[in-house]
Design a protein around this ligand. Structure first.
Ligand code: DC
Length: 231
């Protein structure tokens, strides 16, 4: 039987990490885990439980709340994909809102939140055969991953893609607001003290500003072939 791999995909907000990661998982018949959805689900829990108030966060309350948070990914055959469940409730749509996006960076800066989610993510990778995307997958979650990819694309292109994605989900917003949120999250992600977004030394860069998903898959398969021929 062929060796099952751990594939870590990190990069900036909205540069198509999840589309790319999902396509790879489908192609290889691997599990796909969206680690950003987990940070978003914790953020939604905090919003609902008044742990984020007027720009203040109730850090002690959030840490206490972590014990009561259960996050799962359950398959929806109609969508041919997984959806995020928070304590048994399907929150897939709600966690994608701009409101959640505007709070998530602050929640993901809390060390205890990261510790808990990293622990869960490592458990999910135990059987291998996994593609996980996020900000610290190749650096912290799976530093020994078999393949590490660091994705990037220009801010304008990312904002356009995110806007189209939100429109597709009937979420109304405008280009400038989306772009502002993306740039703010990049700055927060890159500059936080704990597990900042950075390329792992052994990660391969993929700038997909001018690439279709099909072209990205060709790029991936070439890399995989080369890697397997060398090993
Ligand atoms: O990938 P995304 O945009 O859905 O992620 C939402 C936020 O979660 C992102 O702004 C930073 C945070 N995040 C993180 O800190 N570490 C990860 N591994 C994944 C996401």
């Amino acid at each position: 039987m062929e060796k099952k791999l751990i594939i870590a995909i990190d990069g900036y907000s909205s540069c198509g990490k999840s589309t790319f990661a999902k396509s790879i998982a489908k192609l290889l018949n691997y599990i796909y885990i969206d680690s950003g959805a987990m940070y978003r689900a914790v953020t939604l829990y905090c919003m609902r439980n008044n742990l984020i108030l007027n720009d203040e966060i109730n850090r002690a309350g959030i840490i206490e709340g972590l014990k009561k948070i259960n996050i799962e990914f359950l398959h929806n055959p109609e969508l041919e994909g997984d959806e995020t469940f928070l304590n048994g409730e399907n929150v897939e749509r709600e966690i994608r809102s701009l409101e959640v996006a505007s709070h998530v960076s602050r929640i993901s800066m809390i060390a205890e939140v990261r510790e808990r989610l990293v622990e869960l993510q490592q458990k999910m990778g135990e059987g291998k055969g996994i593609v996980m995307d996020g900000r610290d997958i190749g650096t912290v979650v799976f530093p020994e991953a078999d393949i590490k990819i660091f994705m990037t694309a220009s801010a304008d292109i990312r904002a356009r893609r995110r806007l189209d994605e939100l429109k597709g989900k009937s979420i109304v917003t405008d280009f400038d607001e989306v772009r502002k949120n993306i740039v703010a999250r990049d700055i927060a992600d890159e500059n936080r003290d704990i597990s900042p977004l950075r390329r792992a030394d052994d990660a391969v860069i993929l700038d997909n500003s001018r690439m279709t998903v099909e072209e990205q898959m060709v790029w991936f398969l070439q890399m995989l072939n080369k890697m397997q021929n060398e090993s």
